[in-house]
Ligand binder design. Structure first.
Ligand code: PBG
Length: 342
């Protein structure tokens, strides 16, 4: 008997039809992950004796200046085309003076990256917390963060980074008006082409713990809740982003990433055409690595899954400690696919 097609098994739509083979799945895939979207954060220490592994971030190190060019060349070789530099200065004081030093740790690291890979997109973190002896992102008086008093130092640090050849500077302290202060300083000194990646939406998150070990930037008292955002808020993020755009931000960042995919999506829809970066922070990295070390998660699968989710949410740029490793994984799976199709 020939089936009339009217039995209960004739479904007009069967989603599995497009999942039946690797090639069908590849055809309907909506989000691609490629190394060209990755930014590798790099910690560079002025005091070479402080270089070495970071306990709470297995696989990540504090680099001595002398190693930066080699690492940059290695990253470029595996397809990672951008780095975010964090400097760990030898000297700290109450105002964070060493941040503005033209020959400070970050400007020197920028030149080293260029020496290793001259077409690298070099982004430099612009916060004072690693340069102040109290570990806060601005000068302090009577236990309070002095917002506007940080502008002069941020402006000077931005110039030092730009003069060394940074492509983008990244004010990360969540001080009101910082983007404007940095933009003005750059423009007034002939650096109109240096961009600003703003940590526009940075939450007061518990996921930064390992970073503060790495960069030696933990606040010696208090916390950062008077300037970083409340994790309970998302509409406020739209206003933060709008202000930074008005002040001259070229790229907007959301940080952390995985717990804030809704915020990435909201900014994506609201500010179509503006590049959005997601920062998968130290605690996100450390938790996946730790679980995989216990054999509870497969690192490659979960890392690539989280990065894909950030792209799917709307991020153009992924700042991640997995950048180099993920670039290798992607290359290996591309090689395997090419092999299979031969
Ligand atoms: C500096 C800064 C922090 C991070 C990036 N820039 C720490 C903080 O705000 O305390 C965190 C990055 C990470 O956790 O990977 N203000």
């Amino acid at each position: 008997m020939i089936a009339d097609g009217n039995d209960q098994f004739s479904l007009a739509r069967r989603m599995r039809r497009m999942r039946g083979s690797p090639a069908r799945r590849a055809l309907r895939r909506e989000t691609e992950l490629t190394a060209s979207h990755f930014v590798q954060p790099i910690f560079v220490t002025e005091d070479a004796s402080a270089a070495g592994a970071i306990d709470s971030m297995p696989g990540v190190s504090r680099l001595a200046l002398a190693d930066v060019a080699t690492i940059a060349a290695r990253l470029r070789g595996c397809g990672v085309r951008s780095v975010l530099l964090f400097g760990i200065p030898a000297a700290k004081d109450s105002c964070g003076h060493s941040a503005g030093d033209e020959d400070g740790i970050v400007p020197r690291a920028v030149r080293e990256v260029r020496r290793g890979a001259d077409d690298m997109v070099v982004i430099t973190d612009l916060c004072l917390c690693a340069y102040t002896d109290h570990g806060h992102c601005a000068p302090i008086a009577n236990g309070r963060v002095l917002n506007d008093e940080s502008f002069e130092m941020l402006g000077r640090a931005a110039l030092a980074h730009a003069a060394a050849g940074a492509d983008l500077v990244a004010p990360s302290g969540m001080m009101d008006g910082a983007v404007r202060a940095v933009r003005r300083s750059l423009d007034a000194n002939g650096f109109a082409d240096t961009g600003i990646l703003s940590y526009a939406v940075k939450y007061a998150s518990a996921f930064y713990g390992p970073f503060r070990d790495a960069a030696r930037s933990a606040p010696s008292f208090g916390d950062r809740r008077s300037h970083q955002m409340d994790p309970a808020n998302a509409a406020e993020a739209i206003e933060e982003a709008r202000l930074d755009l008005d002040e001259g931000a070229d790229v907007l960042m959301v940080k952390p990433a995985l717990a804030y995919l809704d915020v990435i999506r909201r900014l994506r829809e609201r500010y179509e055409g503006v590049p959005i970066a997601a920062y998968q922070v130290s605690g996100e990295y450390a938790s996946l690595v730790a679980a995989s070390e216990r054999g509870w998660l497969d690192l490659q699968s979960v890392a690539l899954e989280t990065l894909t989710a950030m792209r799917r949410a709307g991020a153009d740029i992924l700042i991640t400690y997995f950048a180099e490793q993920a670039a290798h994984w992607l290359r290996e799976s591309a090689d395997a696919t090419a092999e299979a199709s031969r």
